[in-house]
Write a protein that binds this ligand. Sequence first.
Ligand SMILES: Nc1nc2c(c(=O)[nH]1)N[C@@H](CN(C=O)c1ccc(C(=O)N[C@@H](CCC(=O)O)C(=O)O)cc1)CN2
Length: 293
Amino acid sequence: MTAQVLDGKATAAVIKAELTDRVAALATRGVRPGLATLLVGEDPGSQWYVTGKHKDCAEVGIASIREDLPADATQEQIEDAVRRLNDDPQCTGFIVQLPLPKGIDTHRVLELIDPAKDADGLHPTNLGRLVLRVNEPVDTPLPCTPRGIVELLSRHGIDLHGADVVVVGRGVTVGRTIGLLLTRREVNATVTLTHTGTEDLAEHTRNADVVIAAAGVPSVITADIVKPGAVVVDVGVSRLEDPETGRSRVVGDVDPGVQEIAAWVSPNPGGVGPMTRAMLLQNVVEMAERRLG
Ligand SMILES: Nc1nc2c(c(=O)[nH]1)N[C@@H](CN(C=O)c1ccc(C(=O)N[C@@H](CCC(=O)O)C(=O)O)cc1)CN2
């Protein structure tokens, strides 16, 4: 058996087309959503992600604003930039690109974002609402990568109702937050969160209907620890240098051998990454729609 592909690139393209129509509908009501990014430092990966976010905005008709600060920006300068974006009427939502340089208190920066402009859905108020509102529709921005994963699975017809899902990795952008979405009533999955302190990872993954690998450890998920017919979502990103070309390439957490045993596998790149980008746009559009009421 060769697994079917959970094609994030194609799915994100469909979502972007839908969002283009919604942005046009907002324009007829005199509203233009505007996404701002705050980038600190010159990390090439972060620069690439931020540039991509601005390209995505242009594609669907969202205005975009870019604030870049040098790597040696102080905590105060970064917090001032957040306050500026909170007050900027052109900016209807914004993100602080993570990670911030060492020595910066990331929590303080994120907590300063106006929750109504938190395009990443990572502000404690928005995460708190998600924790509390299990049985009712949420009217807050949702964390982009978890939202992208749920959307990717649902748009491929994968029903998670009653499924046993094992999440590998406890980072804030995926591992700690995805359970909040998967255990909502309308999704209804059972979630186990594993991490570096988990004694026997294989014991968990071998029984899982769905494995979400967000550990950032190349090939941590191998065919021998996956249940035949499982759905495997590869979120982890590691950069390895190709000894032949000397160029770095992205590798995920899922070993290529898993393709022979799983029913569905998301490629990496080309799976969850494009969905994360699409969900950021969706959060921005929804925030603008909610403001109109
Ligand atoms: N404020 C945030 N910071 C970070 C987030 C986030 O959601 N909010 N997530 C990641 C970076 N990220 C978006 O910011 C992101 C990562 C990857 C991709 C993507 O499309 N990746 C491509 C491959 C790219 C490559 O070849 O390097 C793919 O998967 O196909 C988009 C966005 C950390 N920071």
